[in-house]
Design a protein around this ligand. Structure first.
Ligand SMILES: Cc1ncc(COP(=O)(O)O)c(C=O)c1O
Length: 358
């Protein structure tokens, strides 16, 4: 969402701040760390780089990391880009997130890291991952790219593991109106390593002692991010209200399964509101014909993406819960500007058309 105060902050940064390494970057990192509740936040130029740099900083290069096939492909790509190997474990059909008991099997098989994803803004079962982390002596990296402001038992996503990655891509709950990302952690060493990796691997201005990248967030992006962060709470509240309205409007509808609504101390932020239906194709077509745009997150689970079939030889049937979701999930319109009438209209169409494609 572009508000006049964001334009003003961007212009001010352009005119008065350094283009890179500016005061806005430092302040955005401080404010984001305070918001999440970690000692450190280090900005980078995408969520993918945030994940990749965490993996390198935690020495997971050359090792296996367990993650979920139900995510955007960048989750697994970042592991590969860091020189590691993603191994998948299936999701828990009830919350769409990595299933800790399946993840444990991969740990028993020698995996050295855990990478749960708070998919659609719904926190994963972090107590269980915390226990696995202690039992197997492995770090837990949160993919919080869809979960800005989500809460798990009183703590915010991003402060629930060893380190976490956020994305500020324009569709996210908060954005820098371009690409951007952030790493949050309490581990000073991880923060220092990530900050070196994003800045050419510098140990001093003219000296480089690790293989670094150019992945800094610009001061203009940071200035916009600072304003967005101030609005995130009110936007997330509206997303929750929209989700509650969908629940009322779609309650008890045969053939339509609603997404998890938190519980167990979880407060999701509804990056997406995802229903499950066997009539997805028909329903999506009918909604589209009536002016309602929907999307599918994600029609192909990561292990069945051509890249992963080619790299690792996965085939259908490997992760049945994820493959089932891929066939049935449908993301309804979800953003803070939706009115109650908009939501009621979508619900009315779904009530009219669901079951009709059988
Ligand atoms: C779950 C998840 N992980 C990782 C990413 C990668 O973030 P980015 O697009 O900023 O690289 C995204 C977003 O696109 C995402 O949704």
């Amino acid at each position: 969402m572009l508000l006049p105060e964001m334009e003003e902050a961007a212009m001010d940064a352009l005119r008065n701040d350094k283009f890179l390494r500016g005061e806005n970057v430092v302040k955005f990192e401080e404010e984001f760390a305070r918001f999440v509740g970690t000692d450190f936040a280090v900005s980078v130029s995408s969520g993918t780089n945030a994940l990749q740099f965490i993996m390198v900083a935690l020495d997971l290069s050359g090792k296996r990391t367990v993650t979920t096939p139900t995510s955007f492909i960048a989750t697994a790509n970042a592991v590969v880009q860091a020189g590691g190997t993603p191994v998948f474990a299936d999701v828990d059909g009830s919350d769409f997130c990595l299933d800790p008991s399946m993840a444990e099997e991969a740990l028993r098989g020698g995996a050295a890291g855990l990478l749960p994803v708070h998919i659609y803004g719904h926190p994963a079962d972090m107590d269980a991952f915390g226990e696995l982390s202690v039992r197997y002596g492995v770090p837990v990296v949160e993919d919080a790219c869809q979960a800005h402001g989500a809460v798990y038992k009183g703590k915010r996503a991003g402060a629930l593991g060893t380190a976490a990655a956020f994305s500020f891509y324009p569709s996210k709950n908060m954005t820098v109106l371009g690409d951007g990302g952030m790493v949050t952690t309490d581990d000073e060493k991880v923060a220092e390593r990530v900050s070196k990796l994003r800045d050419g691997g510098r140990s001093s201005w003219y000296e480089h002692d690790v293989l670094g990248y150019t992945s800094r967030l610009s001061s203009v992006s940071a200035a916009i991010g600072r304003v967005q962060l101030r609005h995130l709470g009110e936007w997330n509240m509206r997303r929750r209200a929209v989700a509650a309205a969908y629940r009322r409007g779609l309650k008890d509808l045969p053939g339509v399964k609603l997404p998890p609504d938190g519980g167990g101390g979880r407060e999701p932020v509804y990056h997406q509101f995802v229903i499950r239906t066997q009539d997805r194709g028909w329903l999506q077509e009918r909604l589209g014909a009536n002016g309602v745009e929907t999307a599918i997150h994600y029609p192909i689970p990561i292990h069945l993406q051509p890249l992963y079939v080619r790299l690792f030889g996965y085939g259908p049937g490997a992760y049945p819960a994820s493959e089932g979701l891929a066939k049935e999930v449908l993301s309804l319109p979800m953003h803070p500007l939706l009115s109650d009438e908009d939501v009621e209209y979508v619900c009315e169409l779904i009530r009219r058309f669901s079951g009709g494609g059988a």
